[in-house]
Every structure is written in C-alpha cells, then in structure tokens.
Write a protein that binds this ligand. Structure first.
Ligand code: GDP
Ligand code: MG
Length: 214
C-alpha cells in the first residue's frame, strides 16, 4: 500500500428508506452489529451507524442513516436525505402494500435531491452579492464533483426483505427485478433474520459509489 492510498479517506452517507416495519432497522443492526431484534420497536433506531468496508483494498466508511420511525407518519424530512450519495429502498416481500409504496419513496428521494442541488448552485451567486454569507466550500466542491459524475442520482438499491417468510410471499422476485430495471436501480432480496444478502446489499451500493468517484 502506497503512502497516497493510506491517506485517502472516503465517507459516504447512505440512507435507509421504505415503509414502516419492512426491516430497515434490522438490516442495519444485522450489517453493523450482526444482531436481530425479533420484536423491534422504533426505539432501536440509531441516528446513524458508521461501518468500515473494504472495496478493492481501500477502506471506505459508510455512514448509514436509519429513521427513528418518522416514516410511520410520512414525516421523513429533507435533512435526512441531505448529502446522501446512496440509498437502500426497502420493501417487505410478504406485504404487497410496501412494494406499492416504492414509487412514492423514489419521488421523495429525487425531489429532495433536486431541491438540494438547486439551493447549492444558487449559493455561490449569493456569496458574491452578499459578502457576509458563509458557506462550506469543501462540501460544495464535493457536491459539484458528484453531480458531474453521477447524473445527479443517488445510487439506489431496491431491497426486498424478509425472504425467510417463504409461505407468506406476496411479491415475486421477478416483479422486484422488473421494477428495479424499469427505474434503473440495483436489486437484491435479503433476510435480516437469516442474514442472507444483507452485507452484499450494502456492499453493492458502496462499491458503485466508489466506482463512480474513482
Ligand atoms: P423498520 O420499521 O423498517 O425499521 O423495521 P424493523 O427493523 O423495526 O422490523 C420490523 C419487524 O419486522 C420486526 O418485528 C422485525 O423483527 C421484523 N423483521 C425485520 N427483518 C426481518 C426479516 O428479514 N425476516 C423476518 N421474518 N422478520 C423481519
Ligand atoms: Mg426502524
């Protein structure tokens, strides 16, 4: 490992979104701590959890944000999405209504990102006109770099969780795959209960963000 490689530092903000009780908090608990809560309450939600990943020999930190149950009241605010470069959009394969909500979540994700871009691009002009205006040039740089390289998209994976509930399945794998393809999303089916594909789902997002940036 060269000196240069060692000093390079990546931190990606990734958000968990999707209807209430689809298993977002448990996916994070399984990924970050290898834990599972059979009857979890919204109180297990942490604000975010930072997890190190090894991608092509590089250490990358993923800062994964979980809701504290606001999705129950459709009250996930734009602050939650701000600065996110990746998203896991989760539904429950045993509850079709959570799959039907995916479009709503995609709209919210894209709308919030659009708002943020608009504000950020307006800021430099504001700065020139009003010298007292303060802004963080580093974050602006990063965001501009990001948009130039990513077509203003948050790298998103559609996640069909609870594959262990085989007998209760209401959404087929083919349907999930088709929706992901139509929307340009990655796709994976997971189970936070039996651990299948959980690490792979997070890794897919982080790896793709890394590929776009490098
Ligand atoms: P959130 O509201 O999206 O954060 O969902 P939670 O992580 O709190 O999970 C809601 C409920 O689903 C809890 O009772 C979990 O134990 C359960 N759950 C989460 N993931 C799975 C899974 O992969 N399989 C099964 N069978 N249950 C799960
Ligand atoms: Mg939760």
């Amino acid at each position: 490992v060269s000196e240069e490689d060692k000093t390079e530092d990546y931190l990606f903000k990734i958000v968990l979104i999707g209807d209430s009780a689809v298993g977002k908090s448990n996916l994070l608990a399984r990924f970050a701590r290898d834990e599972f809560y059979p009857s979890s309450k919204s109180t297990i939600g942490v604000e975010f959890q930072t997890q190190k990943l090894d991608i092509n020999g590089k250490e990358i930190k993923a800062q994964i944000w979980d809701t504290a149950g606001q999705e129950r009241f459709r009250a996930v605010t734009s602050a939650y999405y701000r600065g996110a470069v990746g998203a896991l959009l989760v539904y429950d394969i045993s509850r079709r209504q959570t799959f039907d909500s995916i479009g709503k979540w995609l709209n919210e994700l894209h709308r919030c990102f659009g708002c943020m871009m608009h504000i950020l691009f307006a800021l430099p002009h504001v700065c020139i006109i009003r010298k007292w205006f303060f802004m963080d040039m580093n974050s602006l740089h990063f965001i501009c770099y990001w948009t130039a390289h990513s077509d203003m998209n948050v790298v998103t994976i559609l996640v069909g969780n609870k594959t262990d509930l085989k007998d209760a399945r209401e959404v087929s794998t083919a349907e999930g795959k088709a929706l992901a393809e139509a929307q340009g999303l990655f796709f994976m089916e997971t189970s936070a209960l039996d651990s299948s594909n959980v690490t792979a789902a997070f890794q897919t997002v982080v790896k793709e963000i890394y590929n776009i940036l490098s």
